[in-house]
Design a protein around this ligand. Sequence first.
Ligand SMILES: N[C@@H](CCC(=O)N[C@@H](CS)C(=O)NCC(=O)O)C(=O)O
Length: 220
Amino acid sequence: MFPVLYSFRRCPYAIRARYVLALLGIKVCLREVILKSKPQALLNLGGRSSVPQLIDLDNARYPESLDIIHWALSIAKDRHQVMSLWPDSLVQRNKMLAWINYNDIFFKYWLDRYKYADRFPEFDVNYYRQKAEVFLQRLDKRLSRRVFIFGDQMSLADIAIFPFIRQFSAVCPIWFDSADYPYLKRWLKVFLDSEVFNVVMVKYPAWDEGKEEIVVPWSL
Ligand SMILES: N[C@@H](CCC(=O)N[C@@H](CS)C(=O)NCC(=O)O)C(=O)O
């Protein structure tokens, strides 16, 4: 028996959750969801049916990516690794959360408009991209002085944010390739080239009641 993770391969929230689970070696039963046709088992949970969501072995429900990540951090065996991702210092944690919140609230807002500019005809795509670039500029400046957002070690802030920058880069790869964000690109590449990322991006068939359960051991 393993905890159940409802996930969607390309979802940046699901990627951040899977990345932490894989990094910490926490096995789950991965149920790949098609967003337009969610499985009844997910809908039956009631309330929000977004992904990722995790149900642990005590039937406790973790309905948000950050809930899942904190659950994973709380049960991971390698406490040294946990400390390096999410240090004990409250000051440090608050700073990380500030970066993550900025990403989730402001950057995501402009990213969606940049990605789906045709659905937001009030402004053109360049306007939305420039709004989103405010965050890219902040990140690039910060990453010019350190490898990761909080120093030489990868932290929760990096893992929580990189899937959204990846999504931004994929809206117009030609534009992104020629854009002047050398430090941000170097940082993003560390993640995209990582073994963990390749493992969490493996494609699995969509799950539904009666279908075989896929346990992901995230073997690295
Ligand atoms: N705040 C949530 C957001 C999750 C989310 O918006 N997921 C999207 C896919 S990327 C989704 O499930 N959309 C379909 C829906 O909300 O029903 C989290 O951190 O997990």
